[in-house]
Ligand binder design. Structure first.
Ligand code: ADP
Ligand code: ADP
Length: 232
């Protein structure tokens, strides 16, 4: 579960300061898919980068599974990062490495030995339906397959939460649907908590249990998707 308490993020100083997040409060329950919906510039990427510890909020706190993460540094920070998986709009795969090597990469960093890596990579590729493509290179895969690799890599270290930054924005509608179904399946089968950001209401309606709407750095609405859908 993720709790975001009064988080603000200001870029720059003085007259040029940009308030990217303005006292944001969110609660992502364990085992749910939570969507943050907003237009370009609303602050979605900033929010997800704060949860992923790529960015520090200017104020406020973020708690992931009972651990306050914004004040961490050094080894504790690296350890906390491993508890959080992330997938990206443009997949961020290493083009000179095979699919198996891409998925094994975080495992290497976490200290898995060779045999453990091989076994875990096999499991992960099976989980995303790519067991036959282990030796292929990213350039040989379709967009949807690349995102499956991204998902396998993100789940390598058995994270508590998966963060998704516009993970289907570069995909066609049919491929988008298959990736959303995979995320939904992982949520249902493993109880994976997912925090995703998107500019598409369709994504929210398809898989999210809850949604927060972000406008100019502020949460203007938050609730269960079924309740929002019931409004005229
Ligand atoms: P998105 O809306 O998907 O975040 P952008 O093109 O706005 O994509 O941003 C891409 C990257 O550039 C992000 O990592 C963001 O932090 C950074 N960025 C966005 N706006 C600015 C800015 N005004 N100054 C510096 N970096 C920025
Ligand atoms: P979104 O992901 O919803 O498009 P962002 O979080 O990328 O929104 O951006 C929110 C605001 O913060 C925008 O005005 C953007 O230009 C600004 N911004 C984002 N990253 C940076 C950065 N690294 N430096 C300065 N301004 C930034």
């Amino acid at each position: 579960m993720i709790t975001i308490n009064d988080v603000s993020k200001v870029y720059g100083r003085g007259e040029k300061a940009i308030v990217a997040l303005d006292a944001v409060n969110l609660e992502v329950p364990q085992g749910e898919i939570f969507g943050v919906l907003g237009e370009s510039g609303a602050g979605k990427s900033t929010l997800i980068r704060c949860v992923n510890l790529l960015e520090r909020p200017s104020s406020g706190s973020i708690v992931v599974n009972e651990q306050e993460i914004t004040s961490l540094s050094g080894p504790a920070l690296r350890k906390a990062r491993q508890r959080i998986g992330m997938i990206f709009q443009h997949f961020n795969l290493l083009s000179s490495r095979t699919i198996a090597e891409n998925v094994a990469f975080p495992l290497e960093v976490m200290g898995y030995n060779r045999a453990q890596r091989q076994e875990r990579v096999k499991e992960l590729l099976a989980l995303v339906g790519l067991e036959n493509r282990a030796r292929a290179y990213p350039a040989q895969l379709s967009g949807g397959q690349k995102q499956r690799v991204g998902i396998a890599r993100a789940l390598a270290g058995k994270p508590d939460v998966l963060l998704s930054d516009e993970a289907t924005s570069a995909l066609d509608p049919q491929t988008t649907l298959s990736i959303l179904e995979l995320l939904q399946d992982l949520n249902q089968r493993m109880g994976l908590t997912i925090l995703l950001i998107t500019h598409e209401m369709g994504v929210v309606k398809q898989i999210c249990h809850r949604v927060a709407i972000l406008e100019a750095g502020k949460v203007v609405e938050q609730g269960r998707v079924s309740d929002l859908a019931a409004q005229p």
